[in-house]
Design a protein around this ligand. Structure first.
Ligand SMILES: CC(C)(COP(=O)(O)OP(=O)(O)OC[C@H]1O[C@@H](n2cnc3c(N)ncnc32)[C@H](O)[C@@H]1OP(=O)(O)O)[C@@H](O)C(=O)NCCC(=O)NCCS
Length: 325
């Protein structure tokens, strides 16, 4: 019998309608288009409307991915939403809210928190559950409301982030040479202080911390370059993939200079690295599935393509997935 694998059968993405340029930010913040572009590669980000939520964005991306895969919500056995900006501070999870919206009564539903590496982690968690579970399709979403978490007076962080959601539908397959070939999931909790968001239950009432992101940019930058390269090298070595076989590296979109520095450490040509950061900024767990959805929308993904994802984020977490599309 052929080996069972899990393939991605559809992807979809959603960006809020409102596009905010660097110049618009510079109207209220001591920054400039020149600084942001030269230090990050970001030209614009999309920001949710006041009446929009992370679950609203997740629903749009999920519906697009389900339609692309030709899978009905009723058939789903699992919904995992990677997010660290859920609608509710505690519970219910965005995944449960999404399950109700879609009408997926057979699906287990939970959120997964691995920050910007969340989608990479969620893909592997879903794959594992599918291969030892019911065999039903799964929905994996990365959705982040970063604009609600950043301090809009802190130029060190707020210019870097944007809102959005990306989704993938996963199905079990016995097609040879297709599906997720492997994943690599890692964390280094000793770096937890470099990137964190308050507002949890660590500090008791009556003076809880504000729910805001804090970052030390330099150490995160240095960690990210090493981590993203390590992930790709791991796949080349352990899966015996030749560099020229790699059709796309889909990195977490945090900073163009991080991508370029990681690329220089790898034997893979620069044009294989997918770059979307200029228009979307850092959308955290949504960044990799949004980039996959954009590739698909442009008709650039073909069956058999080798796609390597590689990401990093708060935790610090990092990891990637090797996929034969
Ligand atoms: C944040 C980051 C863009 C800063 O770039 P950098 O090259 O390290 O910045 P530098 O240290 O050269 O410059 C910092 C200076 O720029 C200033 N600065 C920071 N943000 C600015 C902005 N938006 N506009 C203008 N100036 C800014 C700082 O105040 C500082 O000024 P000072 O030297 O007078 O104190 C970069 O470190 C980075 O991308 N780090 C990783 C962040 C990341 O990926 N986070 C998400 C992880 S998922």
């Amino acid at each position: 019998m052929s080996e069972q694998r899990v393939k991605i059968s559809g992807v979809g993405g959603y960006l809020p309608a409102r596009r905010v340029s660097n110049d618009e930010l510079a109207q209220t913040l001591d920054t400039s288009d020149e600084w942001i572009v030269s230090h990050t590669g970001i030209r614009a980000r999309h920001i949710m409307a006041a009446d929009e939520s992370g679950t609203d964005m997740a629903e749009q991306a999920a519906r697009a991915a389900l339609a692309r895969a030709g899978v009905s919500p009723a058939d789903l056995g699992l919904i995992v939403v990677a997010t660290t900006t859920a609608d509710y501070g505690g519970f219910p999870s965005n995944a449960c809210l999404l399950q109700a919206r879609l009408g997926a009564p057979a699906a287990a539903a939970f959120d997964l928190g691995a920050a910007c590496t969340g989608f990479v982690y969620a893909l592997e968690v879903a794959r594992g559950l599918m291969l030892c579970g019911s065999g039903r399709p799964a929905l994996v979403v990365g959705a982040e409301a970063m604009s609600r978490l950043v301090d809009w007076t802190d130029r060190n962080t707020c210019v870097l982030f944007g809102d959005g959601a990306g989704a993938a539908v996963l199905e079990v397959t016995t097609e040879p040479d297709r599906g997720i070939l492997g994943s690599y999931l890692r964390a280094d909790g000793t770096g937890s202080g470099f990137l964190w968001a308050g507002g949890g239950l660590r500090v008791p009432p009556p003076n809880p911390e504000p729910r805001q992101a804090h970052m030390q940019g330099r150490p995160v930058f240095n960690f990210a370059v090493k981590a993203m390269a390590e992930v790709v090298l791991h796949f080349l070595e352990t899966l015996q993939i030749a560099p020229e076989e790699v059709r796309y590296v889909v990195p977490h979109q945090a900073n163009i200079r991080i991508l370029q520095a990681a690329q220089k450490r790898l034997p893979i040509a620069p044009d294989r690295f997918v770059v979307t950061i200029d228009e979307v900024a850092n959308t955290s767990a949504a960044s990799i599935p949004l980039a996959l959805a954009e590739l698909d929308r442009q008709g650039r993904l073909a069956p058999g393509d080798v796609v390597l994802t590689t990401g990093f984020g708060a935790g610090l977490t990092y990891g990637g997935n090797a996929i034969r599309w």
